[in-house]
Design a protein around this ligand. Structure first.
Ligand SMILES: [Fe+2]
Ligand SMILES: [Fe+2]
Length: 142
C-alpha cells in the first residue's frame, strides 16, 4: 500500500469541537502510518493502538453526548459498537494476512467508514451540542 493511498486528514473533517477534532485527526494519523513498508510486529502494534484510541475516542464522545442529553445517543452508540467489532475482526484477521491487505482494510475502515461516520453521524450531533452550549455553561469538549 502506497502512502498516498492511505486516508488523509483534511480540514473538511473538522466539525468544530476542538477536542473531538483532535481525536479524529489522531485516528487518521494512526491509519496513515499503515502505508509504506513495515513489519508484522510493528503493524500489529499500530493496529492495537488504533483499536485502543478508537475505543477511547468513542467513550469520550459518548460521554459528551450523554452529558448533553443527546436524544440519538443509543443509535450513535450502536454505530460505534459496530465499528469496534469490525476493528476487532481486523485485528484477528491481520495475524494471518499480508501487510498490504491489512493496510487496505485499515484504509477502508478509516477512510471509508470512519470518514462517513464523522461527516454524517458526528456532524448530526453538532447543532444539538452547540444549541446546548449557551445554556449549560461548561463545555466538556472545548
Ligand atoms: Fe467521532
Ligand atoms: Fe461518533
Amino acid at each position: 500500500m502506497k502512502k498516498e493511498e492511505m486516508p488523509v486528514w483534511s480540514a473538511r473533517l473538522e466539525i468544530g469541537l476542538q477536542s473531538i477534532d483532535e481525536q479524529h485527526r489522531k485516528l487518521f494519523e494512526l491509519a496513515a502510518t499503515f502505508g509504506g513498508s513495515g513489519d508484522q510486529v510493528r503493524v500489529m502494534k499500530t493496529l492495537v493502538a488504533l483499536c485502543d484510541y478508537t475505543r477511547e475516542h468513542f467513550r469520550e464522545e459518548e460521554y459528551m453526548l450523554a452529558a448533553h442529553g443527546y436524544p440519538d445517543l443509543e443509535a450513535h452508540k450502536l454505530e460505534h459498537a459496530k465499528f469496534r467489532g469490525m476493528l476487532v475482526e481486523l485485528l484477528e484477521r491481520a495475524k494471518c494476512q499480508s501487510l498490504d491487505q491489512t493496510a487496505d482494510d485499515v484504509r477502508e475502515l478509516v477512510g471509508g467508514w470512519m470518514y462517513e461516520h464523522i461527516m454524517q453521524r458526528d456532524l448530526d450531533y453538532l447543532p444539538f451540542i452547540n444549541g446546548k452550549k449557551s445554556g449549560s455553561g461548561k463545555m466538556l469538549c472545548q
